[in-house]
Ligand binder design. Structure first.
Ligand SMILES: *Cc1c(COP(=O)(O)O)cnc(C)c1O
Length: 360
């Protein structure tokens, strides 16, 4: 059977080479006679796997030495609470709301502490970023939280410097981490669920500057305390071993592709092709300000919504699946993460043009 092009927002496609390697190593990892799934996380084999994964991730993202890399669980959603629980220390924090995900993070932070809104673009349908004049930073914020790629609305912050303040910046990078180089030193903490652009679900990446550790109140549950997780090498309890292993294979695959600078070039080419096709058409429409259109998640609507169902059905016949948009936005959404090859976007674009012609 042929592999299809899966445009799902997450869990999403993984590189075929990674899946093949995982298959080849499934029953007997490196001659040890068992699967990674069956190994103790305290043994030398798994210790080597997690150490290599961390080293490769540090190399790819050029993580400075004064940052800890944590392999956690609970998804990015758990971080919405874990971040304020660890970092507020009785103060409030500033939240920028530019889409569905940062709105959720803001709401959750207010559940466990006090979060202030810096700006929200909700009244313009989350189709743009706020201008400098709209930003109202709080006087004593413990940090500024933002989402650098809004997966549902397709809004990406291409220039984080526009939101630089004197306080640590905390960024939800779930849906574009590893899609481009990032200057980690500009952030206090970055995080993301793995299932979009990193590996299988069940693993959450947190990269945190060391001076932000140790601020948690004494009654914070042990599992939620970043300092304790860091002291224990993310192995306070059983970590998601198989997800860490596959993520490690993805890191090695990324290095083979030439690292994040090379991935960025491919991702720019893929996104450009898709947006050009949308903009040149009279059937498809993307509402996002071109200055902040996402390279990873491309929502678009059909000017004749009565064609939505046949678009999805015809696409499926061409091996193009999971293209239906999020219910909040409607229409379609093509998620084109690292593992989506240029050929997949070319196939989508060819289908879209053909579909438009047939339905003119
Ligand atoms: C998917 C997503 C989340 C939620 O991730 P989980 O790992 O499912 O909790 C949060 N933020 C962004 C930007 C996302 O894309």
């Amino acid at each position: 059977m042929e592999r299809i092009y899966n445009f799902s927002a997450g869990p999403a496609m993984l590189p075929q080479e990674v899946l093949e390697q995982a298959r080849d190593e499934l029953l007997n990892w490196h001659g040890c006679g068992m699967s990674v799934m069956e190994m103790t996380h305290r043994g030398k084999d798994f210790s080597a796997i997690i150490a290599q994964a961390e080293a490769d991730l540090r190399e790819l993202l050029n993580v400075p030495a004064n940052y800890k890399v944590l392999f956690l669980q609970g998804g990015a959603t758990m971080q919405f609470a874990q971040i304020p629980l660890n970092l507020l220390a009785g103060r409030s924090a500033d939240y920028l709301v530019t889409g569905a995900w940062s709105k959720k993070a803001f709401k959750e932070a207010n559940k466990v502490g006090t979060a202030r809104l810096v700006a929200s673009t909700e009244s313009s349908g989350f189709t743009r970023l706020p201008s400098a004049a709209e930003l109202e930073y709080g006087p004593d914020a413990a940090y500024l939280h933002l989402c650098t790629n809004e997966t549902v609305h397709g809004v990406e912050i291409h220039d984080p410097a526009a939101f630089r303040t004197s306080v640590p910046i905390i960024a939800d990078m779930s849906s574009h981490i590893l899609s481009r180089p990032v200057d980690i030193s500009q952030y206090g903490l970055i995080y993301g669920g793995a299932q979009k652009n990193v590996g299988p679900a069940g693993l959450t990446l947190v990269i945190v500057r060391e001076d932000l550790l140790g601020r948690a109140p004494a009654n914070l549950p042990t599992m939620l305390d970043y300092s304790i997780q860091a002291e224990n090498g993310s192995m306070l309890n059983t970590p998601p071993t198989y997800s860490i292993y596959v993520a490690g294979l993805v890191f090695q695959w990324l290095k083979k592709q030439g690292g994040l600078a090379a991935m960025e070039q491919t991702n720019i080419a893929k996104a450009k092709l898709l947006y050009q096709t949308i903009d040149a058409s009279s059937l498809y429409h993307n509402p996002v300000d071109p200055a902040c259109r996402s390279r990873m998640n491309v929502p678009f609507t059909l000017n004749k919504p009565e064609l939505d169902e046949s678009f999805i059905a015809e696409a499926k016949k061409q091996g193009i699946v999971s293209i239906k948009g999020h219910k909040m936005v409607g229409g379609m959404r093509a998620s084109i993460y690292n593992a989506m090859p240029l050929q997949g976007v070319q196939a989508l674009v060819a289908f879209m043009q053909d579909f438009e012609q047939k339905n003119a």
